[in-house]
Design a protein around this ligand. Structure first.
Ligand code: MN
Length: 357
């Protein structure tokens, strides 16, 4: 297991690589080139420069999160082949700089959604909050306004401006598509790219839908154990795997997260883990709480144990954290709470590791 932290290059992060290096037990980062338009090839020189910068700080760059999938691929349009060819070229470039794992998602139109990016908790810290009724009351442009208005000027991954411009039309397009058709579009993508992922030795790791339930009638495909089984059976290669995000899947109270971790880790199909906690006040209303088990609904000991017992040897990151100690940072991606989360998870891992001997 390797503990990493998500970092945003190009001056788009309040946290520095030097700060990340001082978090005990953190060996690397995952990053993305957020200025490359979705669907275009990530240039090799840019990746080489990024790797050099990260390595110079004493950290590794073995994970990329994310190379986003062009909407035409998800829609199954004839133009998808051009974007798939670009994706394969990007994979080749990623392989050349030593990337071993690529996180991506297959969510239509909107990426992750929250109704409030800075919800004040009882202890005076701030966290991201989701209230399903509030989201349904909004139209897509109001959601975009809420998301971007709360971003404090940082880019929000998955909320690129070119995506937002076409949002309403895209939503109507998907509302007219069957979920089966959406699955077929996903399989078409996988069958095209997985042979290259094998060739370049990059494990593909799909991120679950966040939140994992229906919004505006859009298809959701990675939301529970049954869907994940279907996803993995679309293409049997070990390179077709998962980013197991406990907070995204945990947003649905129907998901038994430790059981999901056990099943898919034992199959060798989990390559990356996002581990964080959520606390529900009612169904489909939750806050991204601190990582500690007692702060949320998820039992982190059982979850980390499920990874450990099933031989997990991929990457873990603490995922989102709260804003604490007055920190001003990109929502979910401050330094302090993620450092605490990383070391809590490393502590659990060490205890389980030593206890098992
Ligand atoms: Mn996640």
């Amino acid at each position: 297991m390797k503990m990493i932290i998500r970092w945003f290059p190009g001056g788009d992060d309040s946290v520095t690589l030097e700060q990340i290096r001082q978090i005990p037990g953190v060996s690397g980062i995952c990053a993305m080139l957020s200025d490359i338009p979705v669907g275009e090839v990530w240039p090799l020189e840019r990746l080489q420069a990024l790797r050099a910068q990260v390595n110079a700080a004493g950290l590794s760059l073995e994970v990329i999160e994310s190379v986003n999938i062009h909407e035409d691929i998800k829609k199954g349009l004839a133009s998808r082949d051009r974007y798939i060819a670009n994706y394969i070229k990007t994979l080749e470039n990623l392989g050349k700089v030593g990337v071993k794992c690529l996180c991506y998602n297959f969510m239509p139109v909107m990426d992750w959604i929250r109704s409030n990016l800075a919800y004040e908790l009882e202890d005076g810290s701030y966290a991201m909050h989701y209230d399903h009724e509030e989201v349904l009351k909004l139209n897509p442009s109001l959601i975009a306004k809420e998301m971007l208005g709360g971003s404090k000027g940082y880019t929000l991954p998955g909320w690129e401006p070119d995506r937002l411009a076409k949002m309403s039309a895209d939503i109507e397009f998907y509302q007219a598509m069957t979920t089966d058709q959406y699955w077929q579009n996903l399989k078409y993508f996988l069958d095209a790219v997985i042979p290259y992922a094998e060739q370049y030795d990059i494990k593909l790791a799909i991120h679950p839908d966040d939140p994992p339930f229906n919004i505006f009638g859009l298809p959701k495909v990675i939301s529970n154990a049954e869907n994940i089984r279907r996803f993995l059976s679309l293409n049997d290669s070990k390179y077709n795997g998962l980013t197991l995000c406990t907070g995204s899947l945990g947003a649905s109270l129907e998901n038994d997260i430790a059981a999901i971790v056990r099943e898919f880790t034992a199959m060798g199909r989990v390559h990356f883990a996002h581990i964080r906690n959520v606390k529900h006040s009612q169904e489909k209303v939750f806050v991204e709480s601190a990582h500690l088990s007692e702060c949320g609904d998820l039992d982190m000991y059982q979850i980390v144990k499920a990874f450990h017992e099933n031989g997990f040897d991929g990457y873990i990151r603490p995922d989102h954290g709260r804003m604490i100690w007055g920190e001003q940072a990109r929502p979910g991606y401050g330094l302090y709470d993620r450092a605490i989360g990383a070391n809590y998870l490393l502590g659990l891992w060490e205890a389980i590791e030593k206890g098992s001997k």
